[in-house]
Design a protein around this ligand. Structure first.
Ligand code: SAM
Length: 213
């Protein structure tokens, strides 16, 4: 058993309490920006979709989305809310486990604030799963909290750039780390760091788009 707080229980509790409800109708800035890079009518796999605002936006733009999250509660809520959309499917998936999708099946894999919860070794496995399910030339778009975030270094250190604070585990990404993860798998199309309020808190992020090799 892990010595760190169980993140599935942590997130189920949040989603059952509807803590992200205020954001249901607000796709993220990152979603709006990267959607412009998608091929028309793209097949998109979203990882850690939460309340589904970005997935819903991608579907409205004419893409076909499989949006996933390991929280059964949030996936159930999304399935009810979006039951009338035939290009938007929600599915329970723990992204730290091998993906149940065929090789080369998606044009885009998208992860907004959902890739920064894992140790280095698990993160590298996830990047491999993504590399496998993406079509050749497919796009991998992600945004994570960066090592410049105000929460960096707070709480108990788990490993390099990874901390647990009040039951929440975060792995902060540097640009160097993102480049290393992409090495020999993705050609970097965009790599930027910046500051933005996320869920109402001043934050620092890194956003990356890579093209599958
Ligand atoms: C900060 S929220 C971001 C949600 C959404 N992408 C957004 O931007 O609003 C992180 C999400 O990742 C999900 N998550 C955390 N660990 C996960 C895992 N191992 N597998 C799948 N989803 C996970 C949580 O349930 C939560 O919905």
């Amino acid at each position: 058993m892990s010595r760190y707080p169980n993140q599935k229980l942590f997130w189920e509790k949040h989603h059952k309490a509807d803590t992200h409800k205020a954001y249901i109708d607000s796709p993220s800035r990152f979603a709006r920006e990267v959607e412009e890079l998608f091929p028309p009518g793209a097949t998109v796999l979203e990882l850690g979709c939460g309340v589904g605002a970005d997935a819903s936006y991608f579907a409205e733009q004419g893409n076909t989305i499989t949006a996933t999250d390991f929280s059964e509660a949030v996936i159930r809520q999304n399935q009810q809310r979006y039951s009338n959309r035939n290009n938007l499917a929600f599915q329970v998936l723990d992204i730290s486990k091998p993906f149940p999708f065929s090789k080369h099946s998606y044009d885009v894999v998208y992860a907004h604030l959902s890739l920064h919860y894992f140790t280095d070794s698990v993160t590298r496995k996830i990047v491999n799963y993504i590399h496998t399910v993406l079509k050749p030339d497919g796009l991998f778009c992600f945004m994570c909290k960066s090592t410049d975030d105000p929460l960096y270094g707070k709480g108990i250190q788990i490993e390099k750039d990874m901390f647990e604070k009040e039951g929440h585990i975060r792995h902060f990404f540097s640009e160097t780390y993102a480049k290393e993860l992409f090495n020999k798998k993705f050609n970097i199309q965009l790599l930027e760091s910046g500051k933005e309020d996320l869920y109402g808190y001043p934050s620092a992020y890194i956003q990356v788009v890579g093209r599958n090799i």
